[in-house]
Ligand binder design. Sequence first.
Ligand SMILES: Cc1cc2nc3c(=O)[nH]c(=O)nc-3n(C[C@H](O)[C@H](O)[C@H](O)COP(=O)(O)OP(=O)(O)OC[C@H]3O[C@@H](n4cnc5c(N)ncnc54)[C@H](O)[C@@H]3O)c2cc1C
Length: 438
Amino acid sequence: MHVIVIGAGAIGVCSAWYLRQAGFEVTVLEQRAAPAQEASFGNAGVIAPGYVTPWAAPGMPGKVLRTLFAREAPVLFRPSLDPAMWRWISRWLRECNLERYRTNKLRMQRLAFYSRDCLHRLRSELEIDYEQSQGYLQLFRTARDLDMAAPAISLLRENNVPHRLLTPDACRRVEPGLAADTALAGGLHLPEDESGNCPMFIRRLHQHAEAAGVRFRFDTTVRRLRTGKNGALTIELAPETKGGTSETLTARQVLLASGANSATLLRPLGLRVPLYPVKGYSVTTMVRDELQAPLGALMDESYKVAITRMGNRVRIAGTAELGSRRLTLRPAALHTLIKVARDWFPVAGNYQEATLWAGARPMLPDGPPLIGATAVPGLFLNLGHGSTGWAMACGSGKIAADTIAANEGAGSGPGIDMDGLTPARYGLGPVRQDTMQR
Ligand SMILES: Cc1cc2nc3c(=O)[nH]c(=O)nc-3n(C[C@H](O)[C@H](O)[C@H](O)COP(=O)(O)OP(=O)(O)OC[C@H]3O[C@@H](n4cnc5c(N)ncnc54)[C@H](O)[C@@H]3O)c2cc1C
């Protein structure tokens, strides 16, 4: 049985690997010339199942409004007439209450913990090194930011996730390079969370997948997906040259893992998924002073900026920009990242000469991704991983492969409870009249 995977980001490559392991013939179609060139390329690299969290949280709308016009803001908003953006915001606002936050967070954590187990198994099976570092330290500049973390901290306690609340001095013992003169109200340390270089891992996994028989077709853009004759799906490719003829492929099983671009491909099939690209930025610099550089991964909770050690480099990533679908570099966002880096690690690297990057997080308004079968026979989704797709990539790939195998009568399906993680959540599941799971 043949499966076509659309997209060779973290999610598509992991899915392809596990599908091949499950015995499928696999072809991956990717518009870029190599794997992990879009959202999976310049991300912060944090794998924090203990703290994986939806952006729709109590207090978030107020925080966004308070900082919207600040010089260094965690959220940038470009008002536009894009109805998809306004629908997304309206649904996001409805998710910002404690009950929805807890439901969404527990769903995300269930997947992220499972994914971390899958990642650990894969890295020891295949001996993949990807500049891993251990531990995740959250920094709260003010008592107010610390208070806002209360619901998340109580969930950590309820679920027995190892964590420690730290005084500013204790934070500086975990990360001795932290500047002493930047205001710090306290920290939260998750010793079992970790970080690593996402594109480095995905490129290695791509090599293993190719050696195992997965066929990757790069520079291949899917223009349109249609339902074809005899229950097969038709995949129309964009012509390779301007004015050239377009190739059409057919497949009985297609897995859509095309990140932020997925909603456009689903619309002609009558599947409307509230996926919106939320732009983010990163800057990466070589470590200049080892003793004053970060050792692991940190998150400045006040600015929602992550600082991660990746081998001999430091990456600073963050900013949520709504309303712009173009991946142009916006100086205001980069300025915020560099300010935060300088606040905490002023001489760790030469930030003026850093490599700059922008990418689009494939965000659903509530948080968890959608993995599984749709109402269109043979079409499966693995998308909407938002700001935590790297942390969820291996588990999501395994779940997608197990779902497709079970659909073919092989195996018993995913190894975790899928409640709230399937397309049924938005009424897109196999039975069209399925009630939307809230
Ligand atoms: C600034 C920033 C920081 C982040 N930090 C973290 C973090 O610390 N930890 C974490 O877990 N996550 C993080 N993320 C999120 C994470 O990077 C994403 O969730 C993840 O990369 C999504 O993977 P994906 O494979 O779904 O999407 P992508 O990596 O975007 O892959 C989708 C692929 O599909 C291809 N494609 C799209 N359309 C077509 C088409 N029509 N035909 C053929 N190919 C197509 C694209 O070229 C692309 O290669 C961050 C994201 C950003 C932007």
